[in-house]
Design a protein around this ligand. Structure first.
Ligand code: AMP
Ligand code: GLY
Length: 467
């Protein structure tokens, strides 16, 4: 099977790395990919906003399956574009139609969906310029802090959490006045949920579902969860407070009703659903749906899937996911993200990156390889560093070690690896528990350097108390 992954970040690197290990894989392509993916996939030039360029890449490379990394092409109807094209309609496609992508593309749609299907979420009121007074009245029924969300996609910046009511009213006016452009012509005002967040990932064929390993990400730039929000500075999986009892509530109250709701509403959905949840004293509430995997959660999650992801994706695309079984490693994964100085504000690009040789090509490093048997999917223990064929390890799992370096915002410039984004590299380490996985990730991160490099030193610390 030839597979094309769309996107160029750490998430797509992790998807590509995992799929590269599949026995079912013919050739793997990434559009546009990054220097990291080029070591185990063919990078195809092109802008993934350009549907005709994607079409050409699919036809030229005889692609059997397209896996979409980010939400934007989905919200803009890429799946519908494939369905309407005779030459593309038989290509397996991982990602929902534009109507399914509304779960992420419109917060108002998502809230209505949850309300209609009895899925627990924060109380809300959706406001437009003509209902601003009602919005003010709703705000006055809430306790601080106040949560205001632009309805549409706003590059992850459309959520404001403000402490006092005067500021909340002002922010509401500003948002409806165009602060986030068209995205905030509608604003969802929400009750504040107090608790601890986690990310739950589901693969679905629209009828049945498979629950992937859960994760927790670290959104703030500063240690101790301080400072500005980012795309994510690190992740852990598993999440210690997401025990069997909690996950049963998540499955019964949220996952099953979500899939049933999609089917009932006639929304065809093949692909990933990322459910952002708040654990409020042991009770799960949905904060948001995303129609993609999370970043950097994917970099942790993929390393814990022992079974063949491509087989699961194929089953999802063919509507027979109920016959697939996921196998999840008992190991713990910790991902730490290195960012460029200044991020999430303005930052420089084109800074040379120094990586030790052991990180070349496919990126494996570590002293003690003897993690646990089974981690490479073949039942054997991977002890040797390898930078060779990533598929040498069978159908899944680690490529010969317990640490993987995923590229996010990197580029090659005159034969030199340089930074090209805010989030630059993600190091994921696996070990028998989160504490030792974190220690291993930091040990490996300390071998990497570039001018202005910054990373948080406290990833995983907060969840240790639940162990
Ligand atoms: P969203 O884009 O909806 O995920 O919101 C971004 C972040 O804002 C979330 O990851 C939460 O940390 C926070 N957030 C969103 N909605 C709420 C809420 N109702 N209560 C508390 N925090 C929230
Ligand atoms: N890490 C959060 C996200 O991908 O949206």
């Amino acid at each position: 099977m030839n597979v094309l992954i769309l996107g160029s970040g750490g998430r797509e690197s992790a998807l590509a790395w995992k799929i590269a290990g599949s026995k079912k894989l013919g050739k793997l392509f990434c559009m546009p990919g990054n220097p990291g993916t080029s070591s185990f996939a063919v990078n195809v030039d092109g802008n993934i906003k350009d549907f005709d360029a994607i079409r050409k890449a699919v036809i030229d490379n005889d692609i059997d399956m397209v896996v979409v990394g980010p939400e934007e092409p989905l919200v803009n109807g890429l799946r519908d574009y494939f369905a309407a094209d005779m030459e593309l309609s038989s290509v397996m496609f991982i990602g929902p139609s534009a109507s399914g992508a509304e779960l992420e593309g419109s917060k108002d749609f998502a809230k209505d969906f949850m309300t209609a299907h009895g899925i627990p979420t924060a109380a809300h009121f959706t406001c437009t310029a003509s209902t601003m007074e009602e919005g003010f009245s709703f705000l006055s029924t809430l306790k601080p802090p106040y949560v205001l969300k632009a309805d549409g996609l706003a590059a992850g910046k459309g959520v404001l959490i403000v402490d006092d009511i005067a500021q909340a009213r002002k922010s509401l006016e500003e948002m409806l006045g165009g602060k986030f452009g068209e995205a905030s012509s509608k604003v969802v005002i929400e009750e504040y949920l107090s608790g601890i967040e986690l990310s739950v990932f589901v693969l679905t064929d629209g009828k049945s579902y498979m629950i992937l390993p859960e994760a927790k990400d670290y959104k703030r730039i500063g240690e101790g969860d301080t400072g500005l929000n980012t795309g994510g500075m690190g992740a852990v999986s598993p999440v210690p407070f997401a025990d069997g009892a909690f996950m049963k509530k998540v499955e019964d109250r949220i996952i099953r009703p979500t899939i049933a709701g999609l089917e009932k509403d006639g929304i065809e959905y093949t692909g990933f659903i990322f459910i952002g949840l708040m654990n409020c004293s042991g009770e799960p509430y949905v904060i948001e749906y995303n129609v993609r995997m999370g970043d950097p959660e994917t970099e942790a999650v993929m390393t814990r899937i022992d079974s063949d992801l491509l087989s699961h994706l194929e089953a999802a695309a063919c509507g027979r996911l109920s016959s697939e079984k996921i196998s999840i490693s008992s190991l713990s994964a910790v991902t730490v993200v290195a960012v460029s100085g200044g991020y999430p504000g303005p930052y420089r690009k084109g800074i040379g990156i120094s990586l030790p040789e052991c990180f070349d090509a496919v990126h494996v490093h570590g002293e003690d390889r003897a993690v646990e048997s089974g981690s490479c999917g073949t039942g054997s223990v991977c002890r040797k560093e390898t930078t060779g064929n990533p598929r040498a390890c069978g159908n899944a799992g680690l490529v010969g070690g317990n640490t993987v370096l995923f590229h996010s915002g990197t580029a090659m410039e005159n034969g030199r690896l340089v930074t090209s984004g805010g989030r630059v590299l993600a190091v994921t380490s696996l070990s028998r528990d989160l504490k030792s996985a974190a220690a291993r990730a930091y040990e490996n991160m300390s071998l990497i350097s570039f001018d202005g490099m910054y990373y948080r030193h406290d990833i995983a610390e907060d969840v240790m108390k639940y162990l």
